[in-house]
Design a protein. Structure first.
Length: 223
């Protein structure tokens, strides 16, 4: 178990989110074909979240001696009516090594587009780490395809206060950051969110604009 995170509750929160989101999609779907597609996709994701085998096996290697000093960023996803919360965590030190291994280049990041949750700012300066670069996931499903700053909050916060226009760091535009999440269920939750957004966009299109089901790219199809 990741420190402070109960994975049984994580699974329950993921299932509750899936049920609620599927009901919302069914409520706006206008034809039986779309409704069946939503039901099928929901059932397949529910199987993923309810499978018997442990879904956190990778935690043991990521929290072993290799990564016991990792710097972590937690992003809480709270659902209405705010009874369930899902935590997505990234191993920042691991992600930094993955970015370098994949020869990703640093870029200029417009600070005005970066939204910082003030609660994520560490008030104890003794524990503020600056050895890892600024990292932004964009597009990010957790911010409705906007920017998500997962490392460098203190630096960017100070730059914003000083009206500094740009920061230098990584803009992660692909799903490389998924490999630095601390458990499989976190990856699955993120990929579920992408599928829900894809389905939502699809069912809102006029009939004459709809693509065939087989051309829809859903993450669940890779399982």
């Amino acid at each position: 178990m990741i420190q402070g995170i109960n994975h049984d509750l994580q699974r329950e929160a993921a299932k509750m989110h899936l049920k609620q989101a599927s009901q919302n999609l069914l409520g706006v779907a206008k034809n039986n074909k779309d409704k069946q597609m939503i039901v099928d996709t929901s059932e397949r994701w529910m199987d993923i979240f309810t499978k018997n085998e442990t879904v956190e096996n990778d935690l043991y290697c990521k929290t072993s001696n290799l990564y016991y000093k990792y710097e972590r960023y937690d992003f809480p996803v709270t659902f209405d009516p705010r009874k369930y919360e899902f935590i997505i965590s990234w191993d920042i030190t691991l992600l930094d090594s993955l970015l370098k291994k994949n020869k990703k280049e640093k870029e200029s990041i417009p600070n005005k587009y970066v939204v910082i949750d003030k609660e994520s700012l560490n008030k104890n300066k003794d524990f503020i780490k600056i050895e890892n670069p600024i990292m932004v996931v964009n597009p990010c499903i957790l911010t409705y395809y906007g920017h998500l700053l997962i490392n460098g909050t203190h630096r960017v916060y100070e730059y914003q206060k000083q009206n500094i226009e740009f920061s230098e760091g990584y803009i992660i535009k692909d799903n490389l950051h998924l490999d630095a999440m601390l458990s499989e269920i976190m990856k699955d939750f993120y990929l579920l969110g992408e599928d829900l957004m894809t389905l939502g966009k699809h069912i809102q299109k006029p009939v004459y604009q709809k693509v065939m089901r087989k051309s829809l790219k859903l993450n669940i199809d890779n399982y």
